[in-house]
Ligand binder design. Structure first.
Ligand code: ZN
Length: 181
C-alpha cells in the first residue's frame, strides 16, 4: 500500500486542466492503486489524480457502504445530465470544511476503465454528485466555486471505536476525511 500526499487548495496542480491518458502504463496502474489506497486511508469517497499532483484524467470513486468494487474512471466524459440536488459537499483537498452545492441528480457518462475498455454509466444522487465533483477536478475546478452561501467547519464526534490505542493523529485524520471527495 502506498499513500500519496493529498494536495491542499491553493496548490497550483488543483487549478490545471488535466491531460487525457493515451495508454495505461505500469506507472499509471500504480497511480490508480495508490489513489485508491490514499482515498480509503483518508476516508474519502472520491479522489482525482490532480489531488495527488498528477495532471492526468483519472478518477477513483467509492460511495458504497461496503465491499463493492470502486469505480475507476479514465478520460471520463459527461454525456447527459438532468434534475437537481442540493446538499453538503466536502473535499479531501480542503479538510475540515464543507459547503452546500447544487448538482445534477442524474448523469450519464462514458469513460475508459483501468484496462482502457470503454463503458457508459448512468448514476443518480450521491454517485452523480461524486462524479460531477471529480470531473470538475480534471478541469482544475474546486467545488468551492459552486458553493451557495458560506463554507462551514465540519466537526464530528469521535466514534465509540473501543480502539484505545488508536493514535490521536490517526483519529483526527479519519475524522477530517470522512465524506470528502
Ligand atoms: Zn475534491
Amino acid at each position: 500500500m502506498a499513500l500519496r500526499q493529498i494536495r491542499i487548495m491553493g496548490d497550483e496542480k488543483l487549478e490545471k486542466v488535466c491531460r487525457p491518458v493515451t495508454e495505461m502504463t505500469p506507472k499509471l496502474r500504480q497511480l490508480v492503486q495508490d489513489m485508491l489506497d490514499t482515498m480509503y486511508d483518508a476516508g474519502g469517497v472520491g479522489l482525482a489524480a490532480p489531488q495527488v499532483g498528477i495532471l492526468k484524467r483519472i478518477v477513483v470513486i467509492d460511495v458504497s457502504e461496503e465491499g463493492d468494487e470502486p469505480l475507476i474512471l479514465v478520460n471520463p466524459v459527461l454525456l447527459e445530465q438532468s434534475g437537481e440536488q442540493t446538499g453538503q459537499e466536502g473535499c479531501l483537498s480542503l479538510p475540515g470544511q464543507a459547503g452546500m452545492v447544487t448538482r445534477p441528480n442524474h448523469v450519464k457518462i462514458k469513460s475508459f476503465d483501468e484496462n482502457m475498455q470503454e463503458f457508459e454509466l448512468e448514476a443518480d444522487e450521491l454517485l452523480a454528485r461524486a462524479i460531477c465533483h471529480e470531473l470538475d477536478h480534471l478541469e482544475g475546478i474546486m467545488y468551492v466555486r459552486h458553493v451557495e452561501g458560506e463554507l462551514f467547519d465540519v466537526t464530528e464526534e469521535a466514534e465509540e471505536s473501543g480502539e484505545e490505542e488508536e493514535t490521536a493523529k490517526a483519529r483526527q485524520r479519519r475524522r477530517a476525511g470522512r465524506g470528502k471527495e
